[in-house]
Write a protein that binds this ligand. Structure first.
Ligand code: NAD
Length: 356
């Protein structure tokens, strides 16, 4: 999480949520939409993923102002069977569309034992782990594959020098009766674009092995992704060819199998972040393992942590961050300046949220 610099700020989750709600409302959202978006974003900050937190608001509100992010949209069920559901997000807020679509998916999975959601054409759905958590609250296991289209392709295919893919996240979650779900949630790029943005705003370098410049040479300068007119460099995939292979299949699952279109058919001209997804929810009771998982998960955790060193379970960094940030969320100066400018442009007083 790092130390606060002099010009960074710290704000309570409640105040940050109020500011985010006020920004969304001032940009035209009804109360409920503003609340759901704000809760999701602040929750991402709480989990330590500032890349998917309130720092997205300037991008979201810019999309609202350009008319490419539509307000007040509901998930439109295009087709369904007992165990499948095709939902068109109609380019509404991903937070509200995905929350509602995930509830529909869970209801079907409980009915049929397992169910598949194909989500098409939704604006950014944020931190995918949030949806795995929502599924786990129903006692269900899940996996998600997502593509990111309609904006500059920021990830180079393995062996290539220019971006052709999005950061295409993959997420798996398993419910643990009487405990917290175990969730692995990641971009298939070496790091998420938002983390490059956060580094750019902070004026710091990113980890080696994350970026290449226009000539294909390794660089740690986040500026190559934020050059005026579009990126001049590209992100690398995680785990070299393996991350690339997963990312390409995430395109085909979410964009082709799911029907929302791959990045090859959704060009960046609109600069409208478009997430398509395939989500699968599985009811452990249909497999006879609803009561078995918890014991086995506990045994696995003990086994993994018996390895000498410092071993965490997937999802543990996010849980630790929630504890550490429960009362106060650090926001870096660059991120706060952008948020404050946005608030002022909507007639709000951002500094009033820092008082008290
Ligand atoms: P990350 O690298 O911080 O974490 C990836 C996973 O590794 C997490 O499940 C985390 O719990 C686990 N992990 C981290 N350190 C660990 C350790 N020491 N031991 C065990 N497990 C550990 O995540 P990321 O790849 O930077 O992705 C950040 C977020 O960006 C995710 O929530 C993802 O869903 C989101 N994302 C969203 C989109 C979108 O278009 N909506 C696109 C890309 C990424």
């Amino acid at each position: 999480m790092g130390c606060l610099n002099m010009s960074d700020i710290a704000i309570s989750p409640e105040k940050l949520r109020s500011l985010a709600v006020a920004i969304c409302r001032a940009a035209g959202s009804a109360d409920e939409e503003a609340r759901v978006v704000a809760e999701n974003l602040v929750d991402a900050n709480l989990t330590g993923h500032d890349s998917h937190g309130v720092g997205m608001l300037p991008i979201y509100i810019d999309a609202v102002r350009r008319g490419v992010l539509k307000l007040g949209m509901k998930p439109k069920v295009v087709s369904e069977t007992v165990a499948t559901l095709v939902v068109d997000g109609q380019h509404g807020y991903g937070q509200t569309i995905m929350k509602a679509a995930t509830e529909l998916l869970c209801a079907k999975a409980k009915e049929a034992g397992a169910a598949v959601l194909a989500l098409r054409g939704t604006h950014h759905i944020g931190r995918i782990g949030a949806w795995a958590e929502q599924v786990a609250e129903h006692g269900l296991a899940s996996f998600f594959v997502v593509d990111v289209a309609g904006v500059d392709a920021k990830v180079a295919p393995h062996g290539g020098r220019e971006g052709r893919l999005g950061t295409n996240p993959i997420c798996l979650g398993i419910p643990v009766k009487g405990g917290k779900p175990i969730i692995a949630d990641m971009a298939t790029s070496r790091i998420a674009v938002g983390k490059v943005r956060v580094a750019f705003n902070k004026g710091v370098m990113v980890d080696p092995g994350s970026l290449i410049d226009a000539a294909g040479n390794p660089t740690t300068d986040p500026g190559v992704m934020f050059a005026p007119g579009g990126p001049t460099g590209a992100l690398l995939t995680m785990a070299a060819h393996k991350g690339y292979a997963l990312s390409a299949l995430a395109e085909l699952f979410s964009g082709a199998l799911g029907g929302g279109g791959t990045i090859a058919s959704l060009p960046p001209e609109t600069q409208r972040i478009t997430n398509n997804a395939i989500a699968v929810a599985i009811d452990p009771s249909a497999l006879g393992t609803a009561d078995y998982i918890a014991g086995e998960a506990a045994r696995l955790e003990t086994w993994l942590k018996s390895s000498p060193g410092d071993v965490l379970l997937p999802g543990e960094p996010e849980r630790r961050s929630r504890d550490a940030r429960a009362r106060s969320i650090p926001i870096d100066a660059g991120n706060w300046a952008q948020l404050a400018d946005l608030a002022r442009s909507l007639g709000l007083d951002p500094d009033s949220y820092l008082r008290g």
